[in-house]
Design a protein around this ligand. Sequence first.
Ligand SMILES: [Mg+2]
Length: 408
Amino acid sequence: MKITGMKIHVVMVQTNREWIFVELMTDEGLTGVGECSDYASTAHLVSGLEAIKPFIVGMDARNIEDVWQKLFHGYSDLNGRGYVSHLISAIDIALWDIKGKALGVPVYQLLGGPVRDSVPLYSHIPGRLSARSKKLDQQIRAATTAARNAKSLGFQALKTDPFSRQWSGEEPQGGEMVERLSPGEIAMAAELMMAVRETVGPEFELLVDAHARFDVASAIRAARALEPVNLVWLEEPVPVESLNALREVRENTSIPLCVGERHFTRWDYVDIFRERLVDYVMPDIAWTGGISEIRRIASQAEAYFIRFSPHDALGPVMLMAGVQVDMATPNLYRQECVHEFFDDYARVITPMFDWHDGAVWPSERPGLGIELNPEGIEKYRVDPFDRRIGRPFQFPSRTVPTVKWGKS
Ligand SMILES: [Mg+2]
């Protein structure tokens, strides 16, 4: 079964958030869909996909591992981890979709069959919250109301970042992109999280994301201040470039830790697992190398009795790819999602997946179980090289020079 073509669709249903979908066509009439959406890199990723298209066309769609290995090692001079693994992810997910359709089964059947009936989710406390805001009372009211609403929809786990400088309107300057938290900011964040804890009750699961931003001293003090909230995890407390920094946080708090969305492929996890630096890992299926690679990382984690919990805060195809893996993965904690996006997902995929009681309930449809909706794709299609698209995430516009992308 030869790959005969690749279509790239960039759509924007939500302002400033693009989704990159890839469709692979075959000479047997089957097509598969993948995704490699990211926050800041749309033009780069679309350029990369265009560049590898001539190499993909003509390959055997049945040989998923062979395609994976050829792309990964073929671009080793770019370092296969990160940019290249994003590109591989879109291709790999589409090939698994094709294989499922060719054999008439959901992808989770190809991964060994289901070990659960549904995939438990965790979502986000909606809105832009920050204990750094001057109006802490207002922030606490918004957070507790949002948490109560999510709980009423059936969610039993929620994540938020109570330290966000972006949401509070402060702009980090170039010299302080690795942020220091003042004792007052830490106290306010702990107060906000404790208010949420009191609202949702002791059984509800709460997670905090630090987005890999803090210096070691700030991360340790924040972790200790959050210990009474009884979190599931503190996520990415320090920048990911140094495992020494992560180790120092690990040795100085009892709070469970999670990393993964900024780690790519199985090799980035070797030392993390060997030293048991975290309790959970959260690789992103659209960034780390697709279904093939996230499955391998989940197995690595299982060997260390570490839970697996795929990162996902973007489009619907990557969510459904993650759900397929989650169905067949014994050491799953939960699948990340942003439930506020679900109505927008229904605009670009068909059929919309079934979700209720804080979980996704996969169908018996072959492959990923969903297709792109052509009318929705055309309605929301954007030019990935428009310079208003794919700007670096979180960088304030006034400190970044205007960049002319591609053909803008
Ligand atoms: Mg995160």
